[in-house]
Ligand binder design. Sequence first.
Ligand SMILES: Nc1ncnc2c1ncn2[C@@H]1O[C@H](COP(=O)(O)OP(=O)(O)OP(=O)(O)O)[C@@H](O)[C@H]1O
Ligand SMILES: [Mg+2]
Length: 223
Amino acid sequence: MIKLSNVSKEYPKRGFALRDVSFQIQKGEFAFLMGHSGSGKSTTLRLIHMADRPTSGEVRVTGYSSDKMPDREIWKVRRRVGCVFQDFRLLPGRSAQENVSFALEVTGAPRKTIQPRAQRLLSQVGLAPKAGALVHEISGGEQQRVAVARALANDPFVLLADEPTGNLDDRATRGIVELFWDLNARGMAVLMATHDLELVRRYPNARVLELDQGRLVFDSNPT
Ligand SMILES: Nc1ncnc2c1ncn2[C@@H]1O[C@H](COP(=O)(O)OP(=O)(O)OP(=O)(O)O)[C@@H](O)[C@H]1O
Ligand SMILES: [Mg+2]
């Protein structure tokens, strides 16, 4: 479903961000992507989202290959992959409901369906009561839930999360990771980048992948 084969990524002047990384994520898996700052976590997620292409090697996402895909078709992959980030990246000055609705509009969802679907997505992340609240007037944990609801608008098969709890306190962090487990229990694969070892230890059933200086140095459950 996601397959990296001997993937390297070199940035001009900065050298290699990833070196010869290979792993697969199967349907419905939950995996943490660990590693120190600069180890290549965000680069890995960007390559899977096809926001960037590898220097060598191949990234395959549901049958699409980084080798063969013309730029004009990259949106086909992107719409199968949901992304959330440390800094939420919501539209400021808009409500939770509007943030999710805009994402649905972009997918070309029929106008009549947008409002009820946005409501349903917000309930799914436990935020129905705050649907009308402006995003800067809700807590960080709630903002991240809006971002997750928005990421679900495309009905992705995988959720990529780049340090999604980096700006959250302990309680909100648990809430977000529990939400990811819920989504995972309903069939969605989750790949979450974090350097929080304590957090990862709380989830012994999750797969753990670890990067060090761009190399994959540990995989608890190679597939
Ligand atoms: N757009 C870029 N241009 C040049 N170098 C980059 C770029 N993006 C990342 N790098 C370099 O690639 C390496 C890996 O960066 P990456 O952001 O993937 O690490 P990370 O594991 O996500 O780190 P952090 O935990 O700090 O977010 C770093 O040395 C970084 O400086
Ligand atoms: Mg990063």
